[in-house]
Design a protein around this ligand. Structure first.
Ligand code: ZN
Length: 260
């Protein structure tokens, strides 16, 4: 309630540039509703790809998430959907959707973990809420507080935004840094995200959706590698974040009969 009043007060001054200040004030319940509505909309935009949750793959994913999540909110939800698109999306309300071709394109658990932890960086910074406030304006958010906007223009825009999400360069740099920190903290290869991006950038035949929303640059990969190089290294060198059988199980997470 206090946050709602704060939003109203700020809205009265018409200051959408305060998105950075406002994002942390969006009540968790509102974020959750926005996240649920956006997830529905994205499902629609993608042709309702089936959810993937083969038990062994799901267990491997859960293990990986718990190693990477740090102090992210307890309502963090990571789901996989079967898709020929390689991408990962972060929605309001700590929801991360992985499109399964991303797992197929990764050559190691750490490469996949590098992208996942990058998305966790967007969760930690509440970038989806920030982007929502910036693009849709405070009026929409207030509308959502007082009424149900599901299916309305703002939700359509949210879904499209999430699919083509591009945050500011600073936000992307911060998410990259989050990825390096999360992987090294878990004992993995902090440079894994750079390895994945460099390999795919070098292979001109590939054009991952993740890279359309996250343009590859040498500077970006170099920054990731530089951060990883200064991170504390385990004495015995890093070990893959999932053992081989778990990684195989995760790659097969879409193999079993799927439910929505
Ligand atoms: Zn990003």
């Amino acid at each position: 309630m206090a946050a709602g009043i704060a939003l109203l007060g700020l809205a009265a001054f018409g200051v959408p540039v305060l998105a950075d200040a406002l994002a942390p004030l969006v009540p968790a319940a509102v974020e959750d509703r926005l996240g649920a509505a956006t997830e529905k909309q994205i499902g629609y935009l993608l042709g309702n790809p089936p959810a993937c949750s083969a038990p062994e793959g799901q267990a491997a994913l859960d293990r990986l998430v718990s190693r990477l999540r740090g102090d992210l909110p307890p309502d963090l939800r990571v789901s996989v959907r079967r898709s020929t698109t390689a991408n990962a999306l972060t929605l309001p309300g700590a929801r991360v959707i992985v499109l399964s071709d991303l797992i197929a394109q990764a050559q190691s658990p750490d490469e996949f973990a590098g992208v996942l932890a990058h998305e966790f960086g967007h969760v930690a910074a509440r970038d989806p809420s920030r982007a929502l406030i910036r693009s849709s304006g405070i009026a929409y958010l207030l509308g959502y507080l007082v009424g149900d906007l599901a299916g309305s223009a703002v939700i359509v825009a949210l879904g499209e935004n999430a699919l083509s999400a591009s945050y500011s360069r600073e936000a992307e740099r911060a998410a990259d840094a989050y990825s390096v920190a999360a992987l090294t903290r878990a004992g993995g290869d902090g440079a894994a995200l750079a390895i994945l991006l460099e390999r795919i950038a070098a292979d001109t035949g590939e054009d991952l959706a993740f890279m359309r929303s996250h343009p590859f640059t040498r500077e970006r990969a170099a920054a990731i590698r530089a951060l990883a190089a200064t991170a504390p290294q385990p004495l015995e060198g890093h070990r893959p974040l999932l053992d081989a059988p778990s990684w195989e199980a995760l790659k097969a997470i879409c193999a079993a009969p799927a439910s929505r």
